[in-house]
Design a protein around this ligand. Sequence first.
Ligand code: KMH
Ligand code: ZN
Length: 284
Amino acid sequence: MSGMGPGTLITVAPTGAEVDKAKVPALPVTLDELIATAKDCRAAGAAVIHVHIRDDETRPTLDLTRLRDTVAALRSTTDLVVQLSTGGAVSDSEADRLRVLDAAPEMASCTMGTVNFGEDVFVNRWEFIVALHTRMQELGVVPEYEIFDLGHLWSLERLLDRYGLPHGGHVHVDLVMGVPGGMPGTPEALIACASALRHLPEGTTFSATGIGRTTLPVMLASLSAGGHLRVGMEDTLSYAHRQPVESNAQLVRRAAELARLAQRPPLSPDQARELLGISAPAGR
Ligand code: KMH
Ligand code: ZN
């Protein structure tokens, strides 16, 4: 199966755009909190960090100066692969989302279609997807294609056919499962997606994350299907029944333990770069 390999890529998504800091004090929202989280998650087994940032009032922001400062700070304090979110919040404009790439991350997300998102709609028009993909090719940013529903994989096939492979030549997708409005966080849905990867270029890899209580079934299904893992407080706030998540590192530790049990131990950031076709950033 595509993506079967000796190790497991663990991505941590520590913050997101939806969770309210006032309700979840453990959510990292300041730069200091993000750096401390990144270091803890690296020690626990994460190789990639998927980053959304907040403003001084803890609201989601795509402010370019802040994004640049965040990328620089994460680079100088950890060796994690820094993946900026171009998804932002559902209220963000296409122009602001595209401008995220000017912060020069190694990697950025690229959502492959519009999806109902709880009571909201996460809009990703075809023309906007093309703009993100081609801008990343120009800037040398490696995309992670976010897949919220099965059809998004066919949009990706069409994108690659028409506009070519991403920078670095490797295709990596992240299955975001269990969003109300998207595909469910079930083993059946994961297998349907994993099977559909045969339509994508040879060697395409996938990770998966299950929102809320689907985190564990999705994690176990992904490991057994040769996939990689994403965990974090962007996606999951409950560690177990009536047990709130204490920290992002707690979620990464559990993912790393399961990966080791599956005899596919966590990849280091440099091993992740090799897998994803990312050349090491200057100065490393
Ligand atoms: N916050 C969601 C609307 C991404 O980061 O690329 C979109 C999202 C996807 O989180
Ligand atoms: Zn995100």
